[in-house]
Design a protein around this ligand. Structure first.
Ligand code: GLU
Length: 300
């Protein structure tokens, strides 16, 4: 695999502005920040505002302010994905020219006979009256990578994902395409994010290969789950973290990432906690399994 292993280290935190920052996104922000700082690297915030219908007005600004209250500020200008459509369009053009992407008029019902996955050729005929979705034609091969925390992960794109959408019917570019274009444009050397995106990674590696882009290293963090074992998410009103006193959530987030609580004892300010955490942080101590966070009983 074509891997970026040379210094300098460049990491990122890439929230979608679909709600307030919650404990799960705080864990991803902290994990990516600790990793970048521990490698003397650069940490960049990117706002993934690709999907206007799912966005909440003011959420991006609020996320940026909440991060700042936790002592986390981007080392470079924040990249907003809504400014990047030309780059995504150029990537799609390249995939189309190579025959690796195609326009698709299939409906959800059309895909039912193949378990909801799209397999070429299309069932529906081209319809000049309607806008198509644009899909990647996935090859019949296994795509795998070695995750820094979770180890080897392999996926048959054809069996698990099918020909996936890179630009939606509504005209919006898909996360999978945008993330690959931007990770490369920003020279990201390692992607640190929640384990819910582990199974997106093979799609992203395929896109990197087809677009001639380097593949960064990947490190997926355990997920914070609610009492029902579901991932905390911005949409289902997972409790936002309290930016007016960040310290309890900060301590809880650091403990969640395997930073020993006793190493932070007596540290009172946000900055002192972050510096203490940096000394104590070890990739080997990051738990491999997701766990339940009892948000309602306080985070301290
Ligand atoms: N924007 C994605 C999210 O908020 C994360 C993307 C990534 O880290 O690759 O879930």
């Amino acid at each position: 695999m074509n891997s970026v292993t040379t210094l300098p280290y460049r990491g990122r935190f890439a929230p979608s502005p679909t709600g307030a920052l919650h404990f799960g996104s705080l864990v991803a922000a902290l994990g990516s920040w600790l990793r970048a700082r521990s490698q003397n690297g650069c940490w960049i915030v990117r706002i993934e505002d690709l999907d206007p219908p799912r966005e909440i007005a003011g959420a991006a600004r609020q996320q940026i302010e909440t991060l700042a209250a936790f002592g986390l500020t981007s080392d470079e200008a924040i990249l907003w994905q809504h400014t990047r459509h030309d780059a995504y369009a150029a990537a799609l053009e390249r995939l189309l020219a190579a025959g690796q992407a195609f326009a698709c008029w299939c409906s959800r019902a059309d895909l039912q006979r193949s378990n909801g996955l799209h397999r070429s050729p299309c069932v529906a005929a081209p319809d000049p009256q309607r806008a198509p979705a644009w899909r990647l034609r996935v090859p019949d091969r296994i795509v795998g990578f070695d995750d820094r925390v979770l180890g080897r992960y392999e996926q048959s794109l054809m069996d698990c994902v099918g020909d996936f959408v890179v630009r939606r019917v509504e005209g919006y570019f898909a996360y999978q395409l945008a993330v690959v274009v931007d990770d490369a444009a920003q020279g990201i050397s390692e992607v640190v994010r929640g384990a819910d995106l582990l199974d997106s990674t093979p799609r992203q590696i395929l896109l990197q290969q087809w677009l001639g882009l380097p593949t960064p290293a990947y490190l997926h963090l355990p997920l914070a789950l609610d009492a029902n074992g579901r991932k905390l998410s911005k949409q289902d009103s997972a409790l936002p973290v309290d930016a007016s006193d960040p310290r309890p959530a900060l301590r809880a987030g650091l403990a969640f990432l395997g930073v020993a609580r006793e190493r932070l004892a007596g540290l009172r300010s946000v900055d002192a906690l972050l510096i203490g955490a940096l000394h104590a942080f070890e990739v080997e101590a990051i738990p491999r399994t997701s766990s339940i966070v009892r948000m309602h009983h306080g985070l301290s």
